[in-house]
Design a protein around this ligand. Structure first.
Ligand SMILES: NC(=O)c1ccc[n+]([C@@H]2O[C@H](COP(=O)([O-])OP(=O)(O)OC[C@H]3O[C@@H](n4cnc5c(N)ncnc54)[C@H](O)[C@@H]3O)[C@@H](O)[C@H]2O)c1
Ligand SMILES: [Zn+2]
Length: 354
């Protein structure tokens, strides 16, 4: 169940109480979010008679590790929580992935409720049931599918987010539009000012539509065997850019640049309608996101990073096949296979054409 709207956080005590017959729950959050919103959420739970075990960790991707998973799990063990407890994940995508993985594995799995507090988490990370942590060999390499009992996306949480962090989630919203709903993409670009400024009603509308699209695509393919792969649009290139930057490049910015670059590669391969890449770049730039990245002289290195991606087998990179704005290939044609060497040349060529 995904609920979006002002004050939906008030539904938390009822849902947590249902999920945890013992009346006990772990509140997992990073320290920044806990410092701003922790007391209010704890108050909601405690006010309904629930016993709250707080488990807070330092903010940032650097915390999404096996070590932090172990520490949080220890905290739940020490508090003697049982299988009749639940986990509440309050925070951005890092918190959702980490807390979700703790919930997926603690005593072989306990229910959890997602309270996303970033645009990225509301629009993307909290929906779809993927949880996990990073591994030295790459992002999100250890994890589990564990669907939350409920996702409560309350746009009021976004008021305390800075403009650049807010923009990150809109990259994913834009992706949802670009792959299946061109009018949504145009709508987002047209409302950029209100979205970046955090105007509640417009933000809510953007989240609702984006979540609908993601939930629809995921429901057709829960375990990522087919159609769900189109959600990876822009991500093949994005993951390489992120890895290359030592993860200093925010995810949404990497995705925005990745979408424009993948569209350009699609044009060079003749699978994407001409002019689409320029349109994609214009759409993301409206949201103050980058419509490209410096590629000249870097094709070989970036192609090598992409060929190491977890979804890749045997040095061939599978890139989502965008045909035009709002339309991807389907079935076996959802992706296009590009050998690493060819991809290196295409990246260089796209740098020249851009
Ligand atoms: N599971 C999935 O399907 C999925 C999908 C997309 C992304 N992700 C993951 O999500 C993560 C990125 O998520 P993110 O961008 O939300 O990062 P994040 O969780 O690190 O949050 C970004 C920053 O914003 C702060 N913050 C969060 N909410 C706030 C608020 N309301 N007010 C003020 N500050 C706040 C956090 O403390 C943090 O410093 C990545 O690890 C990515 O792999 C997962
Ligand atoms: Zn993403």
């Amino acid at each position: 169940m995904v609920r979006v709207g002002a004050s939906v956080r008030r539904l938390l005590p009822g849902l947590a109480g249902e999920a945890a017959p013992s009346g006990r729950c772990a509140l997992i959050s990073d320290r920044t979010v806990a410092g701003i919103w922790g007391a209010a959420v704890e108050g909601l739970l405690a006010g309904a008679g629930l016993d709250v075990v707080p488990a807070f960790f330092p903010p940032g991707e650097a915390s999404k590790t096996r070590e932090m998973w172990a520490r949080l799990t220890d905290r739940l063990m020490d508090a003697r929580l049982g299988r009749d407890c639940c986990v509440v994940a309050l925070g951005g995508g890092v918190t959702g992935d980490l807390a979700g993985f703790v919930a997926a594995t603690f005593l072989r799995g306990v229910p959890f409720v997602q309270m996303p507090t970033t645009t990225l988490a509301m629009i993307d990370a909290a929906v779809g049931g993927k949880t996990g942590v990073d591994h030295p060999a790459g992002k999100n390499l250890v994890g589990a599918f564990h669907a939350p009992r409920a996702v409560l996306a309350d746009p009021e949480f976004l008021a305390t987010l800075d403009r650049r962090t807010r923009a990150q989630g809109y990259a994913e919203a834009m992706k949802h539009g670009i792959i299946v709903d061109a009018p949504h993409a145009e709508w987002l670009a047209g409302r950029a000012g209100a979205l970046l400024g955090g105007e509640a009603g417009v933000v809510e509308e953007a989240v609702v539509r984006s979540v609908q699209i993601k939930a629809q695509v995921v429901s057709e393919d829960e375990f990522e065997a087919g159609r769900r792969r189109i959600l990876n649009f822009g991500h093949t290139v994005a993951h390489a850019l992120e890895l290359d930057s030592g993860y200093s490049l925010p995810h949404g910015e990497a995705v925005a640049a990745g979408m424009a670059i993948e569209a350009r590669i699609g044009e060079l391969l003749g699978v994407t309608r001409k002019g689409t890449a320029a349109a994609v770049a214009g759409l993301v730039r409206a949201l103050e996101l980058p419509g490209g990245a410096p590629l000249a002289g870097r094709g070989r290195e970036l192609a090598r990073l992409m060929a190491r991606d977890k979804k890749t087998r045997s040095g061939v990179v599978h890139m989502v096949r965008l045909e035009e704005l709002g339309k991807t290939g389907s079935g076996a044609d959802a992706t296009v296979a590009i050998p690493e060497d060819r991809l290196a040349r295409l990246l260089e060529e796209s740098a020249r054409g851009a």
